[in-house]
Design a protein around this ligand. Sequence first.
Ligand code: HEC
Ligand code: HEC
Length: 506
Amino acid sequence: MMRSVLAAAALALVPSMGLAQTGDMDRGETIYVKRCLQCHGEDGDGLGPAAERLNPPPRDFTLGLYKYVTSGFDADMPNDADLIRMIRDGMPGTAMPGWSDMLSQQDILDVVSYIKYFAEIEGEPETQTDFGTQVASSEESIAAGKLLFEDNDRCTECHGIEGKGNAIKKLKDDNGDRTWPRNLTKPWAFRASNDPRDIFARISVGIPTTQMPSFADPASKKSLSIEDRWHVANYVASLAKTEKVVNPDNFVVQGTRAEGALPGSPDDETWAAVPHSTFMMIPQIVGQDRFFTAANDTVTVRALYDTERVAIHLEWDDRTHSIPGDAKAASIADEELYEDAIAIQFPRQIPEGMEKPYFLMGNAADPVNLWRWSSGTADAPETARIIDAAGIGSQTARDDSGDFQATGSYRDGTWRVVMTRALETANTETDLQFEQGRFVPIGFFAWDGSNGETGTAHSMTTWYWLQLKPAASSKPLIYAVLAGLLVLALLAWWGGTAAARARRST
Ligand code: HEC
Ligand code: HEC
């Protein structure tokens, strides 16, 4: 106590030393115990009480090795600024939270000086990453970067031809923990960011303790000049899908009236022109056997219909093609291998108003239909079933799924599946009956079979809406109906106020 008062007084006397430069280790310890110990452990070894089963595990500070650094690839310590940044902003896709709301810049400096102490890191790194002159992004630079990305299997070796991080082989970090090359089309999954400057740093230094190597190291056969690293960085930044994650204003899948025949193949080019919605998927952590480590995180949905049928196209990135019984698929899988699968959830009846069944597969009072497709095994083809569900533990696959059909195709880290069904069926009690213009609740579940996902272990969305938008030609009719409704509403309102007026005047 006395010591820190004196230290504060000393600092106050010498303002030019600047608070921004130094951290107070004692204050840092207090903050660490309160905020960081639970994961990073009392001794800084990453074995805190909350660390169990976290993947990636909390950093072991006693080794002094950090991943997202800008010091030179051959330096033996990070810059303070690197640690400050990760603590302030957190590391998306891991349990490491950002602390900018809770800790001041000075608090962060203090805790940095404390965590460095676990590995007795002192002084400054011997070398720094040379950023040279940044090459601005342009079509030429992106094209040059694409060539370098693919040339010599430089980045494609791990990140795949389209950069989706689809597993080609099993990678482990220095601790023996499984690591997955990042899906570079998903900027929200980056631990740092997909700003070209960040990507340049990653390419230059690599990601220490993981398989991601340095491409600035002249000893590497695949090393790149500074200028070429900027080209690759610009290319990687250009891979980002245009939607950040999801458009928060977008809750409705716009079902479109097909011009010609409904495309039955998931790879049919017609789908590209159909309006799409992308929804975030989260791990199933609300029902029984909660599951925290689901692999799939988004699904993109399109819908077309004609006078008879509706076709729903689902597209999602899955880093593994999971084929039970296939030796190569088994060698990449994390645990036991199951089929990949996806399901659409519908209520049995279009609800009146905004009421919807329980979002996790309904319940006894309000059961749901699941349209489920699974990818097949080495010995068995894909399957398409309708399942009646009344809660997460209560599912009955129908022996006869009527004319329901589903088929999928996997390419370069992406599944595409089309499901079709008649708009109306004979089972009006148990099957949803589609009607043009009505808003139908719709939800999604996905399973990555190589990630041990089966049964209640899956990712999921909440309810969204599907609307089969009336074709252009029927618009006048709809407007006529709407106008009619409006007149009725006005009459009712007028009637109501007239009644009120009458009451007031008596
Ligand atoms: C809920 C668990 C959790 C808490 C609480 C937590 N961390 Fe972390 N932290 C992690 C995980 C997990 C990682 C590893 C992420 C990875 O390897 O990609 C990590 C990594 C780090 C890194 C390494 C960054 C790098 O580039 O390698 C630093 C530094 C760090 N944490 C500091 C802190 C500090 C300081 C606190 C407290 C203010 C804190 N953490 C609290 C889970 C946590
Ligand atoms: C030998 C395998 C391997 C190669 C080759 C490789 N990477 Fe990686 N890369 C990884 C792994 C593994 C990770 C994830 C590390 C982790 O989990 O922390 C990763 C992560 C990344 C990230 C994520 C950064 C962030 O902020 O999250 C970027 C960007 C990246 N790599 C770009 C590249 C580029 C560009 C190349 C080629 C110049 C390349 N990688 C070559 C394995 C590789």
